[in-house]
Design a protein around this ligand. Sequence first.
Ligand SMILES: [Zn+2]
Ligand SMILES: [Zn+2]
Length: 418
Amino acid sequence: MQTPSPPVPPPVTFDVVPDVLQVAERAFDRGLCPECYGRLFGRYGHGLTNPERTQRLSHALGRPVPVPSGPCTLCAGAFDRWEVWVARVRAATDGWEYHRFNCGSRWDPERLAREEMLWTEVGTTWGESARSAFNRELGKRVEKLAGADGVIQAPDVVLLADLPTGRLEVTVLPLYVRGRYLKEDRTLPQTRWPCRRCQGRGCDFCGGTGKTYSSSVEEVVAAPFLAASGGEGSRFHGMGREDINARMLGTGRPFVLEVLRPRRRALDLPALESEVNRAAAGRVAVRELAWSDGAEVVRIKEASPTKSYRVVLRGATTDAKVNEALSVVAGRPIAQRTPTRVAHRRADRVRARRILAAHLVESTADRFTIELRAESGTYIKEWVEGDGGRTDPNLSQLVGAPLTVELLDVLEIHDRTG
Ligand SMILES: [Zn+2]
Ligand SMILES: [Zn+2]
């Protein structure tokens, strides 16, 4: 076996040129600790800690930079208490799994302002702020403590050291899981629907559940994740949503599940996917589960894919009339005013939408099954029934007889094919 050679440290560079020496003289006796004194030159040279910079400067000056007898006039000893801060991090994160973290600190603004004044007074152009140095130094120690990586983007936890109070605040970031769901159950809303009477607190009307419907796609999907992660709640973001009584078929609807304040993060996604599918068999199925992030929530909310539907409608008409009506709808603009049924929660306005294709699939007596593809945001039920003329033109009008939607299914969300 060969012993790997140790990594070669970067060369140390720290030339005490006359400009540097002048600043070192001016800062000499200002009650700064070795960290704060050295940090006046923090962006000068490479490969040294700030106390090591102070050492080099003492040597160059020919006399040691005095160590203050009391607390440092700049940091008040913030850089002398690493064991205390590390203990606080350990206590505050006890029981929370994390692999990626971000360190921040809150300082007395006056202290930070004093530091900038000091830079001007001594004439340094190499100063590094106490806050960024503290964050970096604390980060190094947390990396060792937790075996975790200090990161800027997408941390699992944010650790904030509040210097004036000595508190360590932990923000636990959510887990994001994306996937696609299919729904067979015509009684299931997409998300938890709080009881209208009690706003979710629980009342006689909702039997104390706080909900209008006993379950939802969100709850069915989230349950095993909450159990496995110890999370405190969930948010469910769908790429749009179908009506409660509509099935979601085809390859399913993209979603992101957000698990709030998870205690455990290294979850077995394939196992959880099977668990959801076993527990919800015949009602909901999920597929293609994968780790995701907050940016995907934005992407999913901004997407506007076309969608295919199957509609079973009823009316006193004929195949010939339905065929004739469907032959003229493709590509023709529809003016669709906010439907009556959603007017209480959406702004009342007129949207222009298009049906891209439509055809009759089958019929029996007064029931007609049609399939169609429509632009994102088209209200299909209203397009068929007319919504009292608020959708114009509408299929009832084109056929010349009032039609009603009996069943509606989403056959496909065309987010991958455009
Ligand atoms: Zn200091
Ligand atoms: Zn209630």
